[in-house]
Design a protein around this ligand. Sequence first.
Ligand SMILES: CCCCCCC/C=C/C(=O)SCCNC(=O)CCNC(=O)[C@H](O)C(C)(C)COP(=O)(O)OP(=O)(O)OC[C@H]1O[C@@H](n2cnc3c(N)ncnc32)[C@H](O)[C@@H]1OP(=O)(O)O
Ligand code: FAD
Length: 520
Amino acid sequence: MFTITLQQQGDERQRAKWLKLAENFSILGSYLQTEMGHVGLTVTHGVVMAQLYTQGQCMGPHMFIMQLRSLENHKPLPGITVGDIGPKYGCNDGDNGFVRFDQVRIPRDNMLMRFAQVAEDGTYSMVLDPRLTYGTMVNMRVQLTERSNTSLARAVTIAIRYSCVRRQSELTPGEPEPQILDYQTQQYKLFPHLAAAYGFWFTIQNLEAHYERVNSKLQEGDTSGLQELHALTAGLKAYTTLEAHQGIEECRLACGGHGYSHASGLVYLLTSQAVTVTGEGETTVMLLQLARYLVKCYAKSQAGAKLPSTVSYLQMVQSAAVSGGTTRDINNFDVLTKAYQHRAARLVKVATEGVRFKVTSEGQSEAEAWNNSLVSLVKCAEAHSQFFVVKTFVEAVRTVDADDSVRAVLNTLCQLYALHGICEHAGDFLQDGYLTGPDLQLARSEMCSLLSKVRSDAVPLVDAFDFPDQILQSVLGRYDGRVYEHLYEWAKKSPLNKSQVHESYYKYLQPFLQKNRAKL
Ligand SMILES: CCCCCCC/C=C/C(=O)SCCNC(=O)CCNC(=O)[C@H](O)C(C)(C)COP(=O)(O)OP(=O)(O)OC[C@H]1O[C@@H](n2cnc3c(N)ncnc32)[C@H](O)[C@@H]1OP(=O)(O)O
Ligand SMILES: Cc1cc2nc3c(=O)[nH]c(=O)nc-3n(C[C@H](O)[C@H](O)[C@H](O)COP(=O)(O)OP(=O)(O)OC[C@H]3O[C@@H](n4cnc5c(N)ncnc54)[C@H](O)[C@@H]3O)c2cc1C
């Protein structure tokens, strides 16, 4: 973060001034908060998040428009050093840069003053909640959740289509090689991600509606929903971006050797997904923002306060003895939702009590206790986010406007998503005896039955995402399935194939080979 000292001048007609310039592209902007921003070669201006000092006091982070380059010749302005940061893991079409400010002064007018203002005499005043300054990040986190799901859906489309084209080995001796999608392991790799893509889609509808509700209240000056929204978006951003990233990598691996080629389209998807895991708030940092909120809410509920809707379940932490102990209908949506609710509530309780115990019984400071509880805090935030997805998915398949056959397929996907999560995080559900060993055994075998149920609908389910080939950009995931002809065509386009004998042969290989042969 940067530190800005304001020069006292300017007025408040900011929107009229800046929006006019931005909207007709007279200036190009970047967001400069953390240590890698889009400022390299293109932009003329940046919105800098910096500590505001006025009348000798630090008022915390605020946003300022900084002109970085001359509008005449694009050269950096005095005191500003700006440039490109060099090649990255992905997103190399993005213009990420570095910038350094040395004794740069800006007019007071350049401070974005919607939520907090500095008067000409330096007096600071705050409108509404200072945390509104972070609002852009909330919006971007909703967008990244949406974007991640699109990327995951693209990856499963590619991998499932290719798995119907690719035939390998013998399933039944003497029979033709099966499509690799008929192998249970291939289904186990791909179908939970297909289910997640559908579950996340419904979750995003819910999240966007929640965002719109809070945002319209904010327009009226009501900030009461801000913290719940921030926590929810931070958690879902962290959870879905990472799940999508891991899902895309699994899809890539499931395509064997061709998954390693750029022709698959999966390499691009993977590297561009990686930025969503880190950008706009790194996963652990985001989960800890949510955990902070969950811990506060749990404490409030213990004191008898009513909680907002997405965390109201924390008021009902059950003991396993009340609810667990018998084998149950593990496919039932109520059973599944309650299991996830119990897991999340229990892990929030464990994390909160862990922090408290360290302070009260071990004499640790609040900060030490928090740091020594980070692993369980992250875990409870993950569990909360996954519970939100399961609950939303279940509600959506129960209420979706669809005919019975479509609803049946969605039911199967929802059960698969929830059962797969239980098998993956079995320890969380078993630890306090809420689910039992026999429950888990049943969950695993039901999950495997669901895999073969999804098999017959897998291709229509990915076709329903409706990605045209031009968007999918994948030889493996072509709608017409003509993978091998087009892999050959794709390979032929490599610049190294322009001539039958590459120029490097004459320059390096021929002399090398001739020298060796002469020694024989
Ligand atoms: C082509 C692919 C597309 C991908 C593009 C990717 C491009 C990437 C762009 C970027 O990355 S832009 C930079 C984005 N930067 C971040 O996301 C930083 C992440 N860090 C945070 O968000 C931190 O929380 C913070 C905002 C830096 C604040 O940290 P700090 O330690 O100062 O404050 P805290 O003590 O954690 O929180 C104080 C208070 O504020 C509340 N809060 C925090 N964030 C928000 C928010 N977004 N909305 C509302 N409220 C927020 C937090 O809950 C605390 O509240 P209380 O507990 O005190 O009530
Ligand atoms: C391609 C790309 C584009 C970007 N574009 C922009 C942009 O346009 N504008 C902009 O402002 N920024 C941009 N960023 C920066 C991005 O916002 C940050 O990289 C991101 O928020 C993570 O912060 P960091 O890099 O400081 O990581 P760090 O915070 O240094 O994280 C490194 C490690 O430390 C851990 N860690 C950090 N803090 C804590 C904590 N409190 N508790 C526990 N563990 C912690 C993290 O979990 C992580 O494991 C971009 C990043 C990328 C990759």
